[in-house]
Design a protein around this ligand. Structure first.
Ligand code: NAG
Ligand code: NAG
Length: 429
């Protein structure tokens, strides 16, 4: 979350760093490997600055410290494996070749947001909640008007509604908001569920989910609100459950959620798209940051994550999830980063697997297209920068995106600034 982290966090990582540098240097001197010390210092200084950046991205990662020759040999073995894996997975970390698109900057949203949500209803783009900083979450909706490209309205969300990682879906008038994380830092998700009438701007509550979910894939499909996957209460453990409830005109037609066929792989931050008789669930991850045990402010601490490119599809029979061709690279944090245009799903940005060696997070800057007739993927362009949990819309031939967390620059795909910027490009596909 970039600049907004408390200062003590950064100091802490800085001193860890000098210590690490010292240990590294000492170790190599002792081994008499003076010839590589220079080289190592060179990479170590980039390591140290990136460690700081890394730390400022919600993370405190312990650097490796070599202590014995045996361990060094083991380390070499690991590095060999990583080397192989890197060659094998290189497309994951590199930007894929993609044509440039001409992006035009539009008025920024009133606030920056990360892990917010968005629903487009005709020419209006409802942008909900999200983090402003790690210690502050939004509890309002901003509305962008695509006709005159202005941010017009702002109104509150219910006090008890989650503030980030919502599951959202709409029928063109009502916006359903299912579960999500309540409060800042890495607090737990709730099961509370609401519906907004966009014409009256009134909120009502709906039957709560059978259990809290964090960033579940959510979609309205054939008269039922479907909620799939996400993480469980601790934000980290993938949920496989799939529930649905019949809804009409902003009202639940049933008292309880119905259990449906579980999704083959659980986890948060996926896109879910309903098109006619088919429901698609795309990308996402298993695992996420969770609250540090005992932390009174539920301070975020990093946990193991696996990002995936899986695509699943359910047809009207709802008997079995079909596995479709995966995304061109593993991609997560794309829950509201998609639009449907010309019988295809367009996905903007995201975040991919961490780098196997540096463990740094790597953002995605490509625009992907999934062709619904051939069920194939292509890379159709580049965003102005790499960015995750961006919110995408489509109006009058233009692809728009706003919000999310962008990279550190063209040469550094690690996450940094939380943005409110809005951009658009004329799409020609
Ligand atoms: C959106 O903008 C158009 C053009 O200015 C305007 O006619 C319309 O009323 C606006 N819609 C809303 C809901 O503000
Ligand atoms: C969608 O397809 C139509 C017909 O081929 C084409 O005229 C239009 O430009 C396409 N739209 C976009 C946004 O590319």
């Amino acid at each position: 979350m970039g600049k907004n982290l408390p200062h003590h966090h950064q100091h802490q990582s800085k001193s860890n760093n000098s210590y690490t540098k010292f240990i590294f240097a000492l170790f190599f001197c002792l081994l008499g490997l003076a010839c590589i010390v220079d080289l190592f210092w060179a990479s170590s200084s980039s390591f140290s600055s990136s460690y700081l950046r890394f730390a400022s991205n919600w993370v405190s990662q312990k650097p490796r410290i070599f202590v014995s020759q045996q361990q060094q040999q083991q380390q070499h073995n690991v590095d060999d494996k990583i080397g192989k894996k890197k060659r094998f997975l290189s497309a994951t970390f590199a930007d894929l070749p993609a044509p440039d698109l001409a992006w035009e900057q539009m008025p920024s949203a009133p606030v920056p947001r990360l892990d917010g949500s968005a629903i487009q209803i005709n020419n209006l783009f409802y942008v909900l909640s999200g983090y402003g900083t790690l210690d502050h979450v939004h509890s309002h909706v901003d509305v962008f008007n695509f006709t005159d490209n202005t941010w017009r309205a702002k109104f509150d969300t219910p006090k008890d509604m989650a503030n980030s990682h919502l599951g959202v879906a709409s029928d063109g008038r009502y916006i359903y908001v299912v579960s999500g994380q309540y409060g800042p830092q890495c607090r737990a998700p709730t099961s509370r569920t609401y519906v907004l009438d966009t014409q009256t701007r009134e909120w009502q509550s709906l039957p709560p989910l059978p259990a809290p979910r964090y960033a579940p894939a959510t979609q309205l499909w054939k008269g039922r609100l479907h909620v799939m996957g996400g993480s469980k209460e601790n934000r980290h453990t993938p949920g496989l459950e799939h529930w649905s409830i019949a809804v009409k005109d902003g009202k639940a037609l049933e008292k309880e959620w119905r259990t449906e066929i579980p999704i083959p792989r659980g986890g948060p931050h996926r896109a879910s798209v309903a098109i006619n008789d088919r429901l698609f669930v795309i990308g996402g991850q298993e695992g996420d940051f969770m609250a540090k045990p005992g932390s009174p402010i539920f301070k975020c601490s990093r946990r193991h994550e696996v990002v995936y490119g899986d695509v699943y599809m359910l047809d009207a029979e709802m008997k079995k999830w079909e596995v479709l061709p995966p995304l061109p690279k593993p991609n997560s944090h794309i829950e509201c980063s998609w639009v449907v245009v010309n019988n295809s799903i367009i996905i903007t940005g995201g975040t991919t697997e961490k780098h196997p060696e540096t463990k740094r997070m790597i953002l995605v800057g490509e625009v992907f297209q999934f062709h619904l007739d051939s069920l194939t993927w292509s890379v159709i362009g580049k965003l102005p920068y790499r960015v995750k949990t961006t919110l995408a819309g489509f109006w009058d031939g233009y692809l728009y995106f706003t919000s999310g967390q962008r990279d550190r620059g063209p040469d550094n795909p690690q996450p940094k600034k939380v943005i409110g910027e809005m951009w658009r490009t004329k799409l020609n596909i």
